[in-house]
Design a protein around this ligand. Structure first.
Ligand SMILES: [Zn+2]
Length: 389
């Protein structure tokens, strides 16, 4: 996506098929004649790619919390079983964790002040989600202490990166996969009126253009791609609001590559913002609900963003990689249905590509006269204006 003006040089990690240049780098090749021939080795083209998936609001109402209670033990794996392979096949998997997981002593609760069992965090990590976003309007539902307890808990899970909330330090996080580095930042429009603690006003990252511009410009030179998670926009509105469109343009102008939007609880379109200088930013305005027990038909269809990033360059005989091109080579959406039966039990997230009329006929919303139909789902998907997987 970015045809970098400057040359970014990265020392390539040990790659067996290019062992000779690396051997030279390490000074292990003592053969004089071979050294000369290595000097004449042409530059080797390099191509790396990484796939990211991103899921929207993981929103646990009381009845959904209880869906995970199986023989007295909380287990949320079955809810995610049918999308597990999608998550596993991605190199990076993002989720907006809309509820805190402060622990049993806070009491488990759904709307309006949510607190989910910590088993949920354990299980979404086990499914394969490794970027967990906490910058959303429910982050302070159990107060600052509840958020600290959530951070402490998530900190015990190996292999995950929490964004959007932190005890202290910088908000930016950098994750590297397959020689491509990704900078993550995350912001929320608000905290349902709950104030951040005076002694830690940066506990949750709030949308603030000055601060965002500063944080983005500090992070930009440190990563190949910069991704911003945005918890924004009015709820239940099917088109992005002016405020979202304006902020997306602002982020594009700050040189952000990808915007992952959520909070409206409904799917909104995917857009490519083209700047006059040729740069592009891909924006998912809203991924909708990933899972919830909201019972409006627009709120049971969500989407997983799927984005492929590529990095091309030349490996010099010295072992240095000269980056020629960074690009989002492909992107689209995997629509998913939150399926639950008329008793609000047996909740499962099911890719729309395998959702059947028979399943739909068993959905709670069919019994509630919500006008659920395949035509309705297809209409929602068409509105996304993007590639559908
Ligand atoms: Zn929200």
């Amino acid at each position: 996506m970015k045809n970098r003006l400057g040359v970014i040089i990265i020392i390539i990690l040990l790659i067996s098929c290019y062992s000779k240049p690396i051997a030279l780098l390490n000074g292990l090749d003592n053969n004089e004649s071979e050294f000369v021939s290595e000097q004449n080795t042409p530059d080797l083209p390099q191509h790396f790619s990484v796939t990211l998936v991103a899921a929207g609001d993981n929103l646990y109402h009381d009845s959904l919390i209880n869906n995970g209670l199986i023989n007295g033990v909380y287990n949320y794996i079955p809810i995610y079983a049918e999308i597990k392979s999608i998550v596993e096949n991605a190199d990076i998997a993002f989720i907006n964790q809309e509820t805190v997981m402060a622990g049993a002593n806070y009491g488990y609760s759904g709307y309006p002040a949510f607190n989910s069992p910590q088993a949920l965090g354990r299980d979404i990590a086990a499914i394969g989600f490794d970027i967990i976003n906490l910058a959303n309007n429910h982050a302070m539902d159990m107060g600052a202490a509840g958020l600290y307890a959530t951070l402490d808990f998530l900190n015990t899970i190996e292999g995950i990166t929490v964004i959007g909330a932190r005890r202290s330090g910088e908000s930016a996080r950098i994750v590297t996969r397959n020689n491509i580095s990704f900078g993550f930042l995350s912001y929320t429009y608000g905290l349902n009126g709950i104030a951040l603690p005076r002694d830690n006003p940066n506990l949750v990252s709030m949308i603030d253009r000055n601060k965002m511009a500063q944080e983005i410009s500090a992070l930009r030179p440190l990563c190949d791609f910069l991704i911003v998670s945005m918890h924004w926009g009015p709820e239940y509105v099917l088109e992005p609001a002016r405020s979202q469109v304006d902020l997306a343009l602002f982020l594009a102008e700050q040189n952000v590559d990808l915007i992952i939007g959520h909070h409206p609880h409904v799917l909104q379109k995917v857009d490519t913002i083209n700047l006059p200088d040729g740069r592009k930013t891909v924006c998912y305005y809203s991924l909708g609900n990933f899972v919830s027990h909201q019972n409006e038909r627009e709120r049971i269809i969500g989407g997983m963003a799927k984005v492929t990033f590529t990095k091309e360059g030349m490996l010099l005989p010295t072992g240095e990689l000269v980056v020629k091109n960074l690009n989002i080579s492909e992107f689209g959406m995997i629509p998913v249905i939150t399926h639950f039966d008329r008793r609000y039990r047996n909740t499962r997230i099911i890719p729309f590509s395998v959702y059947t009329q028979q399943l739909m006929d068993e959905h709670a919303l069919r019994y509630e006269g919500s006008g659920l139909s395949m035509d309705f789902f297809n209409g929602v998907i068409k509105r996304l204006q993007t590639k559908i997987y």
